[in-house]
Design a protein around this ligand. Structure first.
Ligand code: GM7
Length: 615
């Protein structure tokens, strides 16, 4: 099939014309800290995996150097066997400090498939700063690897004062924090946290931890723990299968204190996106729910966020089962979520949590866990869980129909041939629920997703697009969706140069100064993440694990949350909510296009003088 789309003329082979649950391309994590190689095996769909390559060629490279369409996909397969050599662009010389080893690479993988959004670039891998103690990975089937999208010598050092030396000055009203971004003015990092801050003894004397995540660089992760805690037990909860699992096992080998727990993923194309830390201290217990993978690129120049719980103290011995519950039933819901893994490795943790006092929690937990649910179980997970919480604990406002809904995400699944299939029907019905009002107004829906220009001019440049895995195969089937899109970078101040990997959903007042609710989550805009109704709406099917927290004003004794306009520098006392992007959202202009990761961008160089040529 050949078609003229907004993206130019594309030849799409028949393999792309399948149903919406086609697995997207997926780039995978390193087999070990020296990085794994591309896998020769292909995903069930037989779709080739794109290799995003920052070409060292001049920006005015002749178009003939760009393969497109199905040829590109053949070339992609070929290049996995014989990848292009990377040379760093002259403009980078001297700018970057980290030297990668010669076999640095970033790998493609098989995927278990997934719905579009399910899979992404486990792509932005980087090398650990120090040579890893890990043994060399088994020589892969493919001898050479494609280069890292970041190339060699990419990372710049954090400044001396990047990490907190004393208990950081944090606004603990909402306990919502952004990640520190290397290369921004200091003011934009106030009140922000790096993973090393989070794991520092300032927050507690760590005994053991669990890391739930999608993508891991185990050697890098271990380095983020302070030396005095580095050999304490860590349990990794992941969703990798087969080759990907073997690579994770391999990565973990040098660290006897690190154990693995594979989350069951019995429904096709599901992924383990949940990002959570459970931290057990001498002093108590803490939970973090976040958006960053455990890889360096995710903590470098991206906008990411987290909710950090208060320190939960141990309950007095012999406390009843029901003790330590919060007004938001966070304890019950966290135990429910953990129970859904049915993993023996989590049993001790479930018991430990039971023995702690979580009563100070003011947020609601919203999880997704794979399955087909009926009856009252339909409201346990995904968007029907959000709908239930909004129904029970939020309130109608005057002129409700003019209170916009905003969704902001870093990847997009297949949503069908038109908006009625899922977005405007079931998902919008959830997002527009406000208390028990029977009015069903149709407020504005603003979707915030980076445009090509946002990515091009970002701190990372085009390689930021490796974490925005919206594929051309998905995009071209839903051009209708793009009319909802708003820029990530609404202005040109500080924070907006760091591309989002954060996902947020909210309801604002017509003038964008008040919030009726706010959600931070791992869930992208996809049916796999949020769930989709089936069987005449008597069943909901969820493919992936996701986790987020919902802020409702009623749990803070407020009517609405004021929006903290221009939240940087973050103040430790503001009662305003620090929405991590500019409001009001700016609609795409007629020239703007959403970032699509597997097509070339060669007309204009990025902030590092490079172009983007997926092969
Ligand atoms: C992730 C994984 C994935 C697709 C998208 C994402 C994303 C992730 N398969 O953007 O969050 O967990 O990082």
């Amino acid at each position: 099939m050949s078609q003229d789309s907004q993206h130019g003329k594309w030849s799409i082979s028949s393999s792309d014309d399948d149903d919406e649950d086609l697995p997207p391309s997926q780039l995978r994590p390193p087999a070990d800290s020296n990085h794994s190689s591309p896998q020769a095996d292909s995903p069930p769909s037989s779709k080739p995996e794109p290799v995003a390559v920052v070409k060292p060629e001049p920006v005015n490279a002749p178009p003939s150097s760009l393969a497109i369409g199905s040829e590109a996909r053949q070339a992609a397969q070929a290049s996995q066997l014989n990848p292009m050599k990377y040379e760093s662009s002259p403009s980078l010389a001297g700018k970057r400090k980290k030297e990668a080893t010669d076999d640095a690479g970033w790998a493609l993988s098989d995927s278990d498939g997934d719905d579009d959004v399910g899979e992404k670039g486990k792509s932005l891998r980087e090398l650990p700063r120090k040579p890893s103690p890990s043994p060399k990975a088994k020589k892969p089937k493919v001898e050479e690897r494609p280069p890292s999208p970041h190339g060699r010598l990419y990372y710049i050092d954090e400044p001396q004062d990047f990490f907190e030396a004393s208990v950081p000055c944090l606004n603990d009203t909402y306990r919502f924090y952004l990640n520190k971004v290397t290369g921004l003015d200091r003011q934009y990092n106030t009140g922000a946290l790096h993973i090393r801050d989070i794991l520092s003894p300032l927050f507690g004397t760590l005994k053991e931890s669990v890391q739930f995540n999608y993508c891991f660089d185990i050697a890098w992760m271990v380095q983020q723990y302070p030396p005095e805690f580095r050999d304490r037990p860590v349990l990794i909860v992941h969703g990798d299968k087969r080759e990907a699992k073997a690579r994770l096992v391999q990565q973990t080998q040098p660290f006897p204190n690190v154990r693995l727990c594979q989350a069951k993923l019995d429904i096709a194309f599901g992924t383990h996106h949940t990002k959570m830390m459970l931290l057990w201290y001498e002093e108590g217990f803490r939970v973090l729910i976040l958006t960053s993978n455990l890889i360096r690129a995710d903590w470098y120049q991206k906008t990411q966020g987290m909710w950090m719980s208060p320190l939960f103290p141990p309950l007095p011995e012999g406390s009843p089962e029901s003790a330590g519950e919060s007004p938001t039933f966070f304890k019950r819901d966290l135990l429910d979520y953990l129970g859904s893994y049915r993993a023996p490795e989590l049993a001790d943790w479930i018991q430990r949590i039971r023995e702690h006092d979580l009563s100070e929690t003011r947020v609601y937990l919203i999880g997704s866990t794979p399955g087909r649910y009926t009856g009252s179980d339909m409201e346990r997970w995904g968007h029907l869980r959000l709908r239930k919480l909004l129904y029970d604990h939020s309130h109608p406002v005057p002129k409700e129909e003019s209170w916009p809904v905003i969704g902001q995400f870093s990847s997009i699944g297949s949503m069908g041939l038109d908006k009625t299939k899922w977005l405007a029907g079931e998902f919008q019905r959830t997002l527009t629920t406000l208390g028990k009002s029977s009015l069903r107004p149709d407020p504005p829906v603003h979707l915030v997703y980076p445009s090509v220009e946002d990515v091009r001019t970002s701190l990372e440049g085009y390689p930021a697009g490796g974490s925005l895995p919206y594929s051309i195969q998905t995009a071209q089937k839903q051009l209708w969706l793009h009319s909802y899109f708003h820029r990530w970078k609404a202005d040109s101040t500080g924070r907006s140069h760091a591309m989002p990997h954060i996902k947020t959903y909210m309801r604002t007042s017509p003038d964008f100064t008040q919030l009726a609710w706010f959600l931070i989550t791992s869930a992208n805009l996809s049916k796999a993440a949020w769930g989709a109704l089936e069987k005449n709406n008597t069943q909901v099917m969820v493919r992936s694990y996701e986790l987020g927290v919902l802020y409702l004003p009623s749990a803070f004794d407020m009517k609405t949350f004021p929006v903290h306009r221009n939240p940087f520098p973050v103040s430790s006392s503001s009662s305003g909510f620090p929405v991590p992007f500019d409001l009001p959202p700016t609609h795409y202009s007629s020239k703007d296009q959403p970032w699509i990761w597997n097509i070339p961008y060669s007309q204009a160089p990025d902030t590092h003088g490079n172009i983007w040529v997926p092969s």
